[in-house]
Design a protein around this ligand. Structure first.
Ligand code: HPA
Length: 270
């Protein structure tokens, strides 16, 4: 895997001469941040050796390099989901590449369901911890010590200093934000009502099908993570209507106006 990662990194470095320290992973319907980027250079995933390719509606697959508020960033437009059939190693492959590109900080965003009843569709939730319910883990297998430790610490998966800055900026910008625990299920079905009752009792405030694998690997690699979840619907059993992916995308797109303002400022300060 190490050689594959380096091959991807060499390709990217041969195409763009940029040295971002921050990456942002854009969740479903949250791609608008791309329009804030100046001096854009893009690389489609399919051109990058060893990179998986995205298949989901609402996701485009490319790396976007450029500047937001004068800060060099790399956006990942389109991510890989476990439910698409990728292995955990494939889902998290871009994180390894980011690390070797010199990226130290990652902002992870997603669209997810709200379990905490004080939330409503459109709430932006700072993720302060996660529960891994994927039944799998990207770090399983022989460990390459060049990348990270066999038994990584996971006591601060989302950096407290980033959370504090996000809150401060959120208040300044009057963002409708909350804070809570994100539970990651493998999907692709929206959970059952009983599953939601179970994880709600165990401390989950929101539920989704991404973010956890990438956050695990980023921590393993020694990178600092900020997670922001967009509550696009209330979870099964809490919301009375049935789920629809189109509705998820619609709410995420509306919320992305605030998310973009917020993340653009956060990038300046972390
Ligand atoms: N559950 C899981 N994933 C989701 C949801 C949900 O309710 N909404 C958006 N992504």
């Amino acid at each position: 895997m190490y050689d594959k990662i380096m091959e991807s990194v060499e390709y990217i470095n041969s195409k763009v001469n940029r040295k971002p320290k921050i990456a942002v992973i854009l969740g479903t319907g949250l791609g608008d941040l791309v329009s804030e980027v100046k001096e854009v250079e893009e690389i489609p995933y399919e051109n990058i050796p060893n990179f998986p390719v995205s298949t989901v509606k609402g996701h485009e697959g490319k790396l976007v390099f450029g500047k937001i508020n004068g800060i060099e960033v790399m956006l990942m437009q389109g991510r890989f989901h476990y439910y698409e059939g990728y292995t955990m190693k494939e889902v998290t492959y871009p994180i390894y590449v980011m690390k070797k590109l010199g990226i130290e900080k990652i902002v992870v965003t997603n669209a997810c369901g709200g379990i905490n009843k004080s939330f409503e569709p459109g709430t932006l939730m700072i993720i302060n911890d996660f529960i891994n319910l994927f039944g799998d883990n990207p770090l399983i297998g022989i460990n390459d010590e060049r990348l990270g430790p066999r038994f990584p610490d996971m006591s601060e998966p989302f950096k407290l200093e980033f959370i504090d800055k996000a809150k401060k900026i959120g208040e300044e910008l009057k963002i409708n934000y909350a804070e809570g625990v994100y539970a990651g299920f493998m999907g692709p079905y929206y959970e059952t009502a009983a599953e939601i009752v179970m994880i709600g009792r165990h401390g989950a405030d929101a539920v989704g099908m991404s973010t956890v694998p990438e956050t695990i690997v980023a921590n393993y690699l020694g990178m600092d993570v900020l997670g922001i979840a967009c509550i696009t619907n209330m979870a099964t059993g809490i919301q009375k209507v049935k789920h629809s992916h189109d509705r998820v995308v619609e709410i995420a797109q509306k919320a992305s106006i605030d998310l973009c303002k917020w993340v653009a400022r956060i990038i300046e300060e972390i």
